[in-house]
Design a protein. Structure first.
Lengths: 256, 256
């Protein structure tokens, strides 16, 4: 499995991704899933990948080849992030067309999802989620994050702390906590973690970090969070059992 | 969807369940999913249900009918919780046999999962998860909880705070936080919440609670947790960006 997270705030973007891939429990390996493309002063584009690894690697290789060959359509040629998202969607459709019929014959899942975010000069930062079918949605201030892969374990902390006007340092902290919660609860998501923050209108990557398993900062960060969560838990009141529902020995009436 | 949780500790059992059922987003309704059967001084048996509602209701009705008719096999006749779990598994298999072929014709999911826990005099308390196939697993001190339904959102708080030797009041608090995190992040899980605690060797239900939507305690509990979580979040250090991974414009090498 995989867990990738993109956050958009009023001051920029944060991306976070794990690196664990598994084809069955007996073939667990490490592949990077966060890729950034930077042309300083002009544009920055970040892509995160989840799902079938053969398919997402092909999509990225095609994107890279277009850049290398300076094809008419390549990451430097678009004047909007919407066009970049459409382009990544087209690549996704092309690879799905090539691979999916063969995978389906053997019942293999061809699904993939990608996050595509960044900023092109003249536009505000934007964040998209590209589906397997090549269509896509955009993150908005109301729900300023998008997740792909193993998304559920890491969502509660986002729902409780994240909002569009949060400062970028806090958003990055929130992203790491979301990744860490997922790693703690699900063995299919694992380090190294890649983290990246981008400050709006800077057109450079301010912070880029890779945290390997056993990284002292990662270990300390997790320990501190566990202490903080336990303290939060302990300061919560016990349940008020003041009123009781009746004993029920039959199936419910649906009237509860 | 549904979320039910059973916890076993050295001092007893806690059960928690939501009440939301949906057959598509345009048919959302309320059904109780936590049922307790108490024979004071002798035994207490708690059953929680998830999955296909027609199937789980049938299973419970059959269990109830056996009791009513005093069949040779009924909840009062068994001398061990293992036998109770086997019996519920048999009922599950029987209903699945009756219903599944008809559901499969229309591609309808016949899956169900049940939690079965309690104590019969002469034995310690026990907690089981019954699968759709009628087989089952038992909770142990190493992992003192079992979940069914929409399990992922509520797992991080359990993984961070729960252990076999926790006091029962704290275990109940933990269960409510796990339910609340799930309700906050997933609209398919919703109130009323049913909560029950059972103290080992008491053979009575000490606490039984139904929390409806808008319940003042539930609202205050959630607000307090959100404040506590935000305080925990704020006391965490910012990320140490002291060292950086290189920019990557190509697909990863797998060596991270």
């Amino acid at each position: 499995m995989t867990y990738c997270l993109g956050i958009i705030t009023s001051s920029g973007l944060v991306f976070a991704a794990d690196s664990r891939t598994n084809a069955g429990v007996d073939y667990v390996s490490t592949y990077r899933k966060l890729f950034d493309f930077v042309w300083e002063g002009d544009r920055i584009i970040v892509i995160c990948t989840s799902g079938n690894l053969a398919i997402t690697q092909s999509i990225l290789t095609l994107i890279h080849n277009d850049l290398h060959k300076q094809e008419a359509k390549n990451l430097t040629a678009f004047s909007s992030m919407y066009d970049v998202a459409s382009y990544v969607g087209e690549k996704t459709r092309w690879v799905q067309d090539q691979q999916k019929p063969w995978l389906q014959k053997d019942g293999i899942d061809a699904q993939c999802n990608l996050l595509v975010g960044g900023q092109i000069s003249g536009e505000p930062p934007q964040l998209y989620l590209i589906y397997s079918q090549g269509n896509f949605i955009q993150a908005t201030p109301e729900t300023p994050f998008l997740q792909i892969g193993e998304t559920k374990y890491g969502k509660p902390i986002l729902d409780r702390t994240l909002h569009f006007d949060i400062d970028l340092a806090s958003a990055a902290k929130c992203a790491l906590l979301s990744l860490d919660s997922t790693m703690k609860s699900n063995i299919s998501v694992g380090p190294p973690i890649h983290l990246l923050t981008y400050y709006r209108d800077s057109f450079i990557v301010k912070h880029r970090l890779q945290l390997k398993a056993g990284d002292p900062f990662l270990i300390k960060f997790r320990q501190q969070w566990e202490i903080a969560i336990r303290q939060a838990f302990e300061q919560m009141p016990d349940i008020d059992w003041g009123y009781s529902a009746p004993a029920v020995n039959t199936i419910g009436t649906g009237e509860d």
